[in-house]
Design a protein around this ligand. Sequence first.
Ligand SMILES: C[S@@+](CC[C@H](N)C(=O)[O-])C[C@H]1O[C@@H](n2cnc3c(N)ncnc32)[C@H](O)[C@@H]1O
Length: 376
Amino acid sequence: MRILRPVIIPSVCSCRLCQATSSLIPRTPIFAAMGNDITIDEGLKFDVVSETDSRLGTGRKTSGDLDDTTSIASLSTTYSTPAPPSILSYRYENGRRYHGFRGSSYFLPNDEHEQDRLEVVHEMFKLIVNGDLHRAPLPPNLCRALDFGTGTGNWAIEFADEHPDCEVLGTDLSSIQPPCVPPNCLFVIEDVSSPWIFDQKFDYIHGRSVKGIVTDWDFLYCQIRNNLENGGWVEIQEIDSAFKADDDTLDRAPKTSLWNEKYNEAGRISKHRVDIVRDQQACLERAGFNDIHEEIYKVPIGPWAKGPMLKELGRLTLMHSLEGLESFTLGLFSRVLGWTRQEIDDLMYDVKKELLNPNNHFYISAHFIYGQKPPV
Ligand SMILES: C[S@@+](CC[C@H](N)C(=O)[O-])C[C@H]1O[C@@H](n2cnc3c(N)ncnc32)[C@H](O)[C@@H]1O
C-alpha cells in the first residue's frame, strides 16, 4: 500500500497567469509516493490523501462510492503532518543542485538552470515533429497516460491539455513540477526503477530524454509492459548521446570527439548508460512488444543546414548544447571519471569553441521509438 501526499500546495503559484486566474484554478496537489526510505522533518503543513479515501494518483479505487466528478482537491483532508525531506533535500556539487531522493543516482542537476534547459528540450522535440507530442498511434479509448522521468512536466501538462478526458500521471525523482497543472494531470515523486504498484493500467506510457535514468532497461520495459493495457503503446523520445557529422567535421574537432568518448565511457562505468538509443528496439522486442517503429531525425547544431525550419532548430540546438554542456559533463566527469573542475572547464571551453565554429557541421539524432503491447 502506498500513500500519496502532496509535495507543493500553495493555493496558487506566484506566476502572473495563476495570480490573474486564481479563482479559476482548482487546487491540484502534487503527490509524492511515500517509500520506506523517506525520513521525516518536523513542522510543515501538508494536505494528505489518506490511503483509504483516495483513488487518485495511482488510480486506486477503494470503496467505490466516489463518483467520477469528485475533484482531486476535494479528496484531500487537511491536517498537520511532517514534510517529506528526502524529496526536498538536495545535493550541492560544483555549484549545481542535484536530487537527494534515492541518493544521487542520477547525474543531471535539477536546479533552475537545468529546468530552463528542459524548457528548451521541450521546444526542440516539438519543432522536430511539427509540434506533435507523440508519434505512436494513441488508442481510441485513451483514459490513462504515464510520463516517467517527467522533469518539469511540460510534456505531461501539454498532453493533459490536449486530452482532457485522459488522466495523465508524471513521475520523477525530483519535485520540480509546477503547482498549477490541468485538473487531469498529477505528479508523483517516484523512482522509475522501483517496482511499479499502480492499481490501474495505462493506455500509453511515454518517456522523453530519459537516457541514464536506469541501469536495467529490460526490467523497465517489463514494468512498462505489465502496466499497459492490452493494445496500449509505449514511446521513448531520445537524443543520441553523440555529436555526429557527415563530413570531416569531427576529425577537425578533437575536443568534441574526446568529450563524446568520455561521456559515453562515464555512462557505461556508472551503469547509467547514455548511449541507449541503439538498444531500444531490441529491448522492446525482448519485452514482447509488437509493431515496433523507430523514426530518426537529424538535428543540426547551429544554423548551417538548409531551410528555415532547420536553421531555427539549429540555432535552438546550438544554444541548448552550449547551455547544457555543463549539466551533461559535471556529474559524470567528476563523480565517475574523477576529473577536476579545472580539467572539466578546460574541456568544455574547447568543445564550446568547436561547436561555435561555423565551418563545423555537427548534428545530433533524435529518435522516436514506439511499440504496441499485443492486443490480446
Ligand atoms: C533529462 S530530464 C527529462 C525530463 C522530461 N522527460 C523532458 O523531456 O523534459 C530526465 C528526468 O528524469 C528524472 N529521473 C532520473 N532518474 C530517474 C528515476 N530513477 N526515476 C524517475 N525519474 C528519474 C530526472 O530527475 C529528470 O527530471
